[in-house]
Each structure stands twice: as C-alpha cells, then as structure tokens.
Design a protein around this ligand. Structure first.
Ligand SMILES: [Fe+2]
Length: 198
C-alpha cells in the first residue's frame, strides 16, 4: 500500500468504532430493513417505511463508498477489487430502480408519505429478494478485503471526512452511482480481478 495508514487513531472514530465496523454496521441495518419489509409482505402487511429507509440508506452508503472510500483505496493499489465493487453497485442500483417502480416512487426513490397502497407487490418481492442476494454477495467481498483497508490505508484527513459523513452526511440530490447506466458484462478485468467475479 502506497499511502501511510492512520496510525494516530488506528482508524477509530470518536466512538471507538473503526471505519470498517461502522461500514459493516450499515450493511446489517440495511439488510434488516429489507428483511422486515419482506416479513410484512409474507404476513400480508405492506409497511413501506423499513424498506424506504433501507434503500435511502443504501444509496447514501454507495455514495460514500464511491466518493470517499474507493478513491484512496484505488490510489493505494486496490484497482481491481474497487472496479468489481463499482460494477456491482451498478447492478444493485438497477434493482433499486425496480423497487422504486414497485413502490410507485418518484425520481430517485421519493415515495409519497401518505401513500396507502403500494403499486406492485410481486415486483417489490422479486426486487427485494434480488437485492438481498446481491448485497450478500457484494458484502461478502467488500467486508473482508476492502473495509479493513479503510482503517489501514486512509490518511487522517480522508478518514475524518469519511467519519464525518458516516455520522451525518447526505448524498447530493439526484446523485447516481458511476455505473448506474451500464449494462452487464462491461467489466475490464485486470490482475487478480477474476477472484472477484460475482
Ligand atoms: Fe459497496
């Protein structure tokens, strides 16, 4: 790794939680929100709030990774794994758009608060199941390999920016991930990237 690690705090935030720990916690919270919505559907309850919270948190999470976490990791030599993560973000983003359609959501996931009836339960169920599967595969690569590097590689200023965003940041209105519009199979692999094939 070419960038010196954050030795002063060894990656710990003010709470004592490492960046890796905070990022993994967000993964679990997002998973729980999607699962809670699906459990409601099985019981013939349509409670959109856990789902809309989860997909908003997921878009914000993808934003912080692409804008704050991945650039320094790429600079430190992790080009291939970062590239695969970006490609998978594009796939996840397209699933989020399917879920938006099921919710009858407006641009970038805005759901009317007083919406009493969700548009398409089958579309939502399929989208949520696909999303959980995509996240399971994505997180299983991201957590053991990339996240530990967040604490090892990010310089103090970059780590502070990421911690600050984790605490209270919001993605800019209308932001979309870098491969949101990409089709499948546009990956240009290099080096060890084949190990990361989804
Ligand atoms: Fe990610």
């Amino acid at each position: 790794m070419s960038t010196p690690g954050n030795t002063e705090s060894e990656g710990e935030q003010g709470t004592g939680e490492t960046l890796a720990g905070a990022l993994e916690r967000e993964h679990r919270e997002i998973d729980r929100g999607i699962a809670a919505f699906l459990e409601g559907l099985v019981a013939d309850r349509v409670e959109v709030e856990p789902l809309t919270r989860a997909i908003e948190a997921l878009r914000r999470h993808i934003y912080l990774e692409e804008e704050l976490l991945f650039p320094p990791l790429r600079d430190a030599g992790l080009m291939a794994p970062v590239f695969v993560m970006l490609r998978e973000h594009g796939e996840i983003w397209r699933t989020l758009e399917q879920i938006d359609a099921g919710l009858g959501a407006g641009p970038n996931g805005a759901v009317p608060r007083d919406r009493a009836v969700v548009g398409d339960r089958a579309l939502l169920r399929d989208g949520c199941l696909r999303l959980l599967a995509q996240l399971e595969s994505h997180n299983a690569k991201e957590e053991p390999v990339l996240y530990p590097q967040a604490d090892a590689v990010l310089a103090s200023a970059a780590a502070a920016d990421l911690s600050e965003f984790l605490a209270a940041g919001r993605a800019p209105e209308g932001w979309v991930c870098s491969q949101a519009g990409s089709g499948r199979g546009r990956c240009q692999r290099a080096g060890r990237a084949d190990l990361w094939r989804a």
